[in-house]
Design a protein around this ligand. Structure first.
Ligand SMILES: Cc1cc2nc3c(=O)[nH]c(=O)nc-3n(C[C@H](O)[C@H](O)[C@H](O)COP(=O)(O)O)c2cc1C
Length: 186
């Protein structure tokens, strides 16, 4: 059974991302097609990238990099929960992604964005990043609006149809994660 990480990509005190990630995880764990785990990048206390050697060479020197690498390597696919900051993803998530390379390769990913325009611009940027990391990004996407899926831009009250959107996203992430296992095995 594939292992899928739901990666919480914001670290701001009072972040909306915590409620979004928990909601996605609660939907996911009712399913029986994969093993899901919530991964909060804030728990890994990653500094700004402090590895001397580019991650693609896989020579990690710092203990925090090794801990993060071990966690990310343990999954077959990912669901990134991303805020939109200045029309992109958070600096914290981009930094956490940049720390590693091989651990991401030949895996699948889907995105849950949130912001005034559903976090769509953040997700578009992440899709470009995924290509460089050899991650297959699925088409289905969850776009949560600060206007209609939150009250006062801070209390998460997702519209009913968003649950189906999460399940469609998970269907595609599980499918591609499973398929890519053959590439990783080769
Ligand atoms: C630094 C910063 C920049 C932001 N820029 C955008 C933006 O470009 N577009 C947008 O829709 N929302 C923007 N927002 C609003 C965030 O999407 C919203 O505050 C969201 O809740 C942030 O996620 P978080 O609460 O998990 O940190 C910005 C918020 C911050 C803190």
């Amino acid at each position: 059974m594939p292992k899928i990480a739901i990666i919480l990509g914001s670290t701001r005190p009072g972040r909306n991302g915590a409620a979004v990630a928990q909601w996605v995880f609660d939907i996911a764990r009712r399913r029986t097609d994969a093993e899901y785990e919530l991964v909060d990048i804030d728990d890994y206390r990653l500094p700004l990238l402090d590895e001397a050697v580019p991650p693609s060479l896989g020579q990690y020197a710092q203990p925090h990099t090794r801990t993060w690498a071990e966690k990310i390597a343990s999954f077959d696919g990912y669901v990134f929960i991303t805020p939109e900051y200045n029309h992109s993803t958070s600096g914290a998530l981009k930094n956490a992604i940049d720390f590693l390379y091989a651990e991401w390769n030949n895996k699948a990913a889907g995105f849950v964005g949130y912001g005034s325009a559903g976090g769509t611009r953040a997700v578009e940027h992440l899709r470009l990043v995924m290509a460089e990391l050899q991650v297959a990004d699925v088409r289905a996407q969850v776009a949560l609006s600060l206007f209609t899926d939150f009250e006062n831009f801070s209390t998460f009250t997702p519209a009913e149809h968003q649950t189906e959107a999460v399940n469609t996203l998970l269907d595609q992430v599980v499918s591609w994660s499973t398929a890519l296992a053959t590439v990783r095995a080769a």
